[in-house]
Write a protein that binds this ligand. Structure first.
Ligand SMILES: Cc1cc2nc3c(=O)[nH]c(=O)nc-3n(C[C@H](O)[C@H](O)[C@H](O)COP(=O)(O)OP(=O)(O)OC[C@H]3O[C@@H](n4cnc5c(N)ncnc54)[C@H](O)[C@@H]3O)c2cc1C
Length: 487
């Protein structure tokens, strides 16, 4: 059920509902079965993971081919009908949520075929609606690795991953969705198809349309297919938790790890004790990786192209140096694949484990890696000055400088009263981020939630360029209007 958004969102557009006649014209393109209007059947497309956005739409269309997507867009452009593209509906900033009975939600989930795997060039060509986990599985069946990995990988789709330029835990070694993408096919606002499914690693023929579509959050085109890079599967993997005293020590350990492992360092996540406590309390089947508690934990993953033994040796060498230098207090190395997966599971469940603790004010920020400890110190001081008993659970991708700076309500506090501080706390935290040359949206995007903050804080010249690009791609403002950039 949709709950009241804890933050003030831009008002819903008051577009008139679409006429029955127009809905019927759209429905005729995909067939009645794939034009959903019954409230019960529409509900999963209108709700979203955190229950913050109250979705409304005239109809949910589920095209089964690129031609159908193109026909929808031609009609939408002719009739000036707003279209909200949707993938797995796991986005956290409301970009995929339609907001008006005058809008159409367009789900690409039926475009779900793996089109081709090229084992020599190491690429996979997929429809946009293929679920991320299925891309990973298809790569594995071909003896290769698709390294994009997110907590939502069982339901998010590759088109959504590209539209939001998803990050996740593999960015440190392999880059985000943008860096993994070689080519894109997309239907533009006019209904014209952009045929960019190239497998080229080099292509310097002018402006890069693919890279404009990546991260465009459904505002420039509907992604229908993509060519993604694959990698050799590591021959060995080793995962460990290290207990450290502070974020400074975690950063020191990162430097040691990079020296020992370089390109084989495939994970470096940091977690506070409070986060681990939440996981141990609320996530079934988890157990403390170490006997004694530590203030902070680092999850390290080493992947070796040579062997298991090589991965183990590298892990042992870096942890030994960490011990000798007084950085690591204790460590637990996973003894099996199952234990390695269990270690990762604890990290992946961190966000969900906060839910039973009541309201949580969330941030998805990044600062230069070297400044993460300083950021935490300053942000903690600002937050605790405003809400002294707030429980700060800052965790994330230390190797990327990306902190999920989440703040749980004080024990026993009134949830609504706590959440009413959302914007105030955002302001305090984002001010520290800005001072350090960081970003208030490291991987989740802008959508509706952060649209106005983007407009307020991004330099005017950059906003003008973004509006100009939007106008060029979508002069009638029918693609996800009101999201990311207003014009
Ligand atoms: C438990 C959990 C963990 C998460 N972890 C991470 C994480 O580690 N890193 C991270 O980056 N994100 C994370 N996310 C956020 C989310 O999963 C990602 O943003 C994901 O890439 C969205 O994919 P989706 O298919 O669900 O897209 P949707 O949510 O459906 O859409 C997201 C945006 O993309 C647009 N869009 C979707 N499909 C298309 C298309 N085919 N063409 C054009 N535009 C399209 C939508 O309009 C919307 O603006 C997490 C979310 C959850 C719920």
């Amino acid at each position: 059920m949709t709950k009241k958004a804890p933050v003030e969102l831009p008002a819903d557009p008051d577009d008139a509902p679409l006429s029955g006649e127009l809905v019927a014209r759209f429905a005729a393109i995909v067939g009645e079965r794939n034009a959903i209007t019954a409230p019960h059947d529409m509900a999963p497309y209108l709700a979203e993971p955190r229950g913050l956005f109250d979705g409304k739409a005239a109809v949910v269309l589920r095209p089964g081919s690129v031609d159908e997507v193109a026909a929808i867009m031609r009609l939408a452009n002719e009739t000036r009908t707003p279209i909200v593209p949707q993938g797995g509906n796991t986005g956290l900033v409301g970009g995929q949520s339609p907001r008006s009975p005058g809008h159409i939600a367009l789900s690409v989930s039926r475009l779900d075929k793996v089109r081709d795997i090229d084992p020599v060039g190491r690429t996979i060509t997929v429809d946009a609606g293929v679920i991320l986990q299925n891309v990973q599985d298809a790569a594995e069946e071909a003896g290769l690795l698709f390294p994009l990995s997110l907590g939502s990988e069982g339901s998010c789709e590759i088109g959504g991953n590209l539209a939001s330029n998803a990050g996740g835990t593999g960015v440190l070694a392999y880059g985000n969705a943008r860096e993994l993408c070689l080519g894109i096919e997309a239907v533009l606002a006019s209904g014209e198809v952009y045929h960019g499914l190239r497998r080229l690693k080099k292509d310097n023929r002018g402006y890069d349309i693919r890279n404009l579509l990546v991260g465009s959050e459904g505002t420039l085109g509907i992604i229908t297919g993509a060519v993604m890079k694959l990698y050799p599967r590591p021959a060995g993997r080793q995962v460990a938790y290290a207990g450290v005293a502070s974020p400074e020590q975690a950063l020191e350990l990162l430097r040691v790890a990079e020296r020992h492992a370089s390109g084989s360092l495939t994970g470096f996540e940091f977690i506070p004790r409070l986060g681990l406590d939440f996981v141990l309390k609320h996530i079934e089947g988890t157990r403390d990786p170490m006997g004694e508690p530590h203030a902070w934990y680092v999850l390290v993953e080493i992947s070796s192209s040579r062997s298991e033994e090589d991965a183990s040796q590298t892990m042992e060498a870096l942890l030994s140096e960490g011990f000798e230098a007084g950085i690591v207090e204790d460590a637990a190395i996973a003894k099996s694949i199952a234990e390695a997966d269990a270690f990762w599971h604890m990290r992946e469940e961190m966000s969900w484990a906060q839910k039973p603790e009541g309201g949580s004010i969330k941030h998805d920020v990044a600062v230069p890696v070297a400044l993460v400890p300083a950021f935490l110190k300053k942000a903690d001081a600002a937050v605790l000055a405003a809400i002294p008993d707030a429980r700060i659970c800052a965790f994330g991708h230390l190797g990327d400088g990306n902190v999920h700076y989440n703040i749980s309500q004080p024990v026993g506090a009134d949830t609504d009263a706590f959440l009413s501080h959302w914007r105030e706390i955002n302001g305090l935290v984002h001010a520290v981020v800005a001072e350090m040359g960081g970003t208030f949206s490291a991987e989740h995007g802008i959508g509706l939630l952060k649209r106005d903050e983007l407009a307020r804080t991004k330099p005017a010249a950059e906003m003008d360029l973004m509006r100009g690009i939007k106008h060029l791609f979508d002069p009638n403002n029918i693609l996800n209007p009101g999201k990311l950039v207003q014009f």
